[in-house]
Design a protein around this ligand. Structure first.
Ligand code: GTB
Length: 216
């Protein structure tokens, strides 16, 4: 039975693939697992049927038989555990790839999300102009460290893994901020991720949702 994931019925990212269903779609495409998508409105996300799947009323969720998951990191990890191709077989390399998934979600993503929220929701606040440079410097700090770690390598630790899938997904949230361009190593890293056929299939599928919604 194919798993079913949830995604925005009408994504505020206008089809740029920045919402967190994109990383789950990408993981499913990487492992060759067909899936269904149930689109949910902002209203439906906060109603009992969806809250039964996701206590915080968000997307994405993942249903497979009697298993229901939320949190994109947990979902991608589950997919990577269940199928080959996203985590190395060697136990230590596998542990390191999982470490990079956590690093993406708990060390790199938070300052990026803080900056996004400030730009999206706090522009009219009197302290916005003073706060934004501080938030951007926090992002730069992480990008500099990550860029130094990556150096000349294609991927974070040997072959492409769920760690790279998560890191590239997290970094893409900076698209349009102008910050990534300060780190050519990271731009090339993201481009390598985006060039993967599985990424492109996932991107096209989420874009089709936006295109269909805007033509109605
Ligand atoms: N930690 C959770 C996870 O990783 O799954 C976070 C899930 C989450 O934030 N989901 C968001 C959501 O459902 C969508 S992805 N929000 C609705 C709500 O909370 O009511 C976040 C997102 C939204 C929009 C853009 N964008 O427009 O660019 C990018 C990312």
């Amino acid at each position: 039975m194919s798993p079913t994931i949830t995604a925005f019925e009408s994504s505020p990212d206008r089809g740029r693939g920045l919402a967190r269903d994109m990383r789950v779609r990408w993981a499913l495409e990487e492992v060759g697992q067909p899936y269904e998508v149930r689109l949910v409105s902002f209203k439906a996300m906060k109603e009992p049927a969806h809250l039964a799947l996701h206590p915080f009323g968000q997307i994405p969720t993942y249903e497979e038989g009697d298993l229901a998951l939320f949190e994109s990191g947990a979902i991608v990890f589950h997919i990577a555990q269940r199928h080959g191709g996203l985590l190395p077989k060697d136990a230590n390399a596998r542990a390191r790839a999982i470490t990079w998934m956590f690093a993406a979600l708990s060390t790199v993503e938070p300052p990026i999300v803080d900056r996004s929220f400030a730009v999206l929701l706090e522009r009219d606040k009197p302290w916005h102009e003073a706060r934004l440079p501080m938030l951007e410097d926090r992002v730069r700090h992480r990008l500099g460290e990550l860029s130094r770690h990556l150096g000349e390598a294609d991927w974070l630790d040997g072959a492409f893994s769920a760690g790279d899938l998560m890191m590239v997904s997290v970094l893409r949230r900076l698209d349009g901020s102008g910050l990534l361009e300060e780190y050519p190593t990271l731009c090339a890293y993201i481009a390598r991720g985006e060039a993967r056929p599985a990424y492109q299939r996932a991107f096209d599928d989420q874009l089709a949702v936006f295109t269909a919604a805007s033509s109605r």
